[in-house]
Design a protein around this ligand. Structure first.
Ligand code: ASP
Length: 585
């Protein structure tokens, strides 16, 4: 028997028992005729003690055990003289009577302790060693716990986990597909699912009623920090539902997880429309843990002779409570921030209200005391507050102010990781105009239903049509998104027309779905949560990579197994990629 207990288990109540432990040597300390080993496994650390007078042969073997050796020890649990309050097992140690080295280990490339000297790439390359470290291991275990919570919640509501295929045909979710060449069908390809979207809809047509899956999805997107080409969704679909049913069901899911993980209660989750989100936060996934909502000043400031405002489509600002103390240098820093090419603003205007309630601004020349008092009123700015204003093209200005708002919140410590502020964003536009290609795109995906009352606008004013689509946002991150679907063949056909698919293309790509709609498709809708992100947020982090056992790096590579990689010429040939069997012969 390798062990009677784990390394995280022993307490004062075990004193006197003879136990067997197995694990890895985290550290060894030798003093004169004594040695101590911190023995680690998934469950914790236990101190092994080789006291004065132990069998010298055994002591010698113990002292041959280097970091990360796999060892087994038999001994008696005793109370420790120097207790370690930071360790769950810190009140006891094992007086070792038998010691075996089960396997040796090379010196690890970085220190395998909670604090490590290993750089990111190195730790990725030896991910199996990194996972031995408690902070990484705990993240994966949290992931497992949340996975179980989600399953319990959904199973209790009658959702059935149904697996859908990975080798499929392209579904448009806005990204590129990863494709897999078929060997048997020369020149043909499968696509890996960007999501199980069409399959889950077909399951509704099939009468499955409530479906879910915690499922891998694949999107060949341009590389961005913290994007994984494969990621996990909690994918769900329900039949005979309206938006309200979905909102209630999945609001419940988030509340369940928050309660189980953090004993955190959120009341009813606020809802705003997409338009409001853009107007108040310049962003469709606003962080509402703090205020700083946008205040538009157009009506107050236009026509004052200040060209920047007079020529702007939008003049809009935020209030930084207690920010009047910002120095010239700090304000210059913020100005540089909004002038960066990514935001491209031409400048930043500020107004401060001093302790006496006197307002002063960077545009005193154009705005007198009375005008500034009007600003202060618009922002509800009190003594000690700072107001920051941007002006320009509406979209660009909103985006820049949104970034500035988040930047300030970060600086001011307002993005607290122990506060959870979810929010529903509703009434997204159905379509988005793409300047470059000069055509409409589905903002969510082509299967999303327009709001019935907006259907008449489809031909006259497509941009004004709102979708039955919703996002669940948490602390500035979109954690879930979905929609009520189209379940009528002719409406689906009309949608494809609008998106620029010819009849033949639509039939070729989505004939299976449109045909299914002719065999009694129930009204249905669903949602998908980004599982990696949800888990990261529950762990108090925003980086998803740490919550994935074997992630890709920022360049989309797995540096541990070295993928992607070249394949054998014979494989290429078999797959009829690049070279034909004839050419090779
Ligand atoms: N398939 C959608 C997505 O991956 C989610 C949904 O509409 O259920 O974003």
């Amino acid at each position: 028997m390798y062990r009677t207990h784990t390394c995280g288990e022993l307490r004062l109540s075990h004193i006197g028992q003879t136990v067997t432990l197995s694990g890895w040597v985290q550290r060894r300390r030798d003093f004169g005729g004594m040695s101590f080993i911190d023995l680690r496994d998934r469950y914790g650390l236990t101190q092994l003690a080789f006291n004065e007078g132990v069998d010298p042969a055994m002591l010698e073997i113990a002292r041959s055990a280097q970091r990360e050796f796999v060892v087994q020890a038999v001994g008696k649990v005793v109370e420790r003289e120097n207790k370690n309050g930071n360790l769950a097992t810190g009140e006891v140690e094992i007086l070792v009577s038998e010691f075996t080295v089960l396997n040796r280990a090379k010196t690890p490339p970085f220190t395998i302790e909670s604090e490590t000297d290993g750089g990111e790439e190195l730790r990725m390359k030896y991910r199996y060693l990194d996972i031995r470290r408690a902070p990484v291991r705990e993240k994966l275990l949290l992931r497992n716990r949340i996975n179980m919570m989600v399953r319990t919640y959904l199973n209790d509501l009658g959702f059935a986990d149904v697996e859908t295929p990975f080798l499929i045909k392209s579904t448009p979710e806005g990204a590129r597909d990863f494709v897999v060449p078929s060997r048997v069908h020369h020149g043909q390809f499968y696509a890996l699912p960007q999501s199980p979207q069409t399959f889950k809809q077909l399951l509704m047509v099939a009468g499955m009623d409530r479906y879910y899956q915690i499922v891998r999805c694949f999107r060949d997107e341009d590389l961005r920090a913290d994007r994984q080409p494969e990621f996990t969704q909690i994918d769900c679909e329900m039949a005979f539902v309206e938006q309200e049913d979905i909102i209630e069901t999945f609001e419940g899911l988030l509340k369940h997880v928050l309660r189980e993980v953090h004993h955190y209660e959120v009341g009813s989750i606020p809802r705003i429309t997409y338009d409001e989100a853009m107007r108040l936060y310049g962003n469709d996934k606003p962080d509402i843990r703090f205020g700083m909502t946008f205040v538009e000043l157009n009506d107050r400031v236009k026509g004052s002779g200040f060209a920047v405002f007079d020529n702007a489509e939008l003049v809009v600002g935020i209030k930084v409570e207690g920010g009047a103390g910002y120095t010239r240098k700090q304000l210059d820093g913020l100005t540089d921030y909004v002038k960066r090419p990514q935001l491209g603003m031409s400048g930043l205007i500020w107004m401060k209200v001093d302790d006496q309630g006197q307002a002063t601004s960077s545009v005193n020349k154009f705005f007198d005391e009375a005008a500034l008092a009007g600003w202060a009123e618009a922002f509800d700015a009190m003594a000690g507050d700072l107001v920051l204003v941007l002006a320009g093209n509406a979209n660009k200005t909103r985006k820049a102010l949104s970034e500035l708002r988040m930047h300030l919140a970060q600086e001011l410590g307002l993005r607290k990781s122990d506060v959870f502020a979810p929010l529903w964003v509703l009434d997204f536009p159905l379509l988005e105009w793409d300047e470059e290609s000069g055509r409409w795109f589905a903002m969510h995906h082509p299967f999303t239903s327009p709001k019935p009352e907006d259907i008449p606008l489809i031909d006259s004013d497509p941009g004004a049509v709102r979708a039955n689509a919703y996002d669940l946002v948490l602390n500035g991150n979109e954690i879930g998104g979905g929609s009520i679907r189209i379940h009528d063949r002719s409406l689906q056909q009309r949608m494809f027309d609008l998106l620029g698919f010819s009849k033949e293309e639509a039939l070729e790509q989505f004939g299976f779905l449109m045909n299914a709609f002719e065999f009694g498709a129930p009204p249905h809708g669903g949602i998908a949560f980004g599982f990696d992100r949800l888990v990261a947020l529950m762990g108090g982090d925003e980086v998803i990579r740490d919550y994935i056992a074997f992630p890709k790096n920022n360049a989309g590579r797995d540096v541990m197994i070295d993928a992607p990689s070249h394949i054998q010429m014979t494989q290429l040939t078999e797959l009829s990629l690049g070279i034909t069997p004839k050419e090779q012969a």
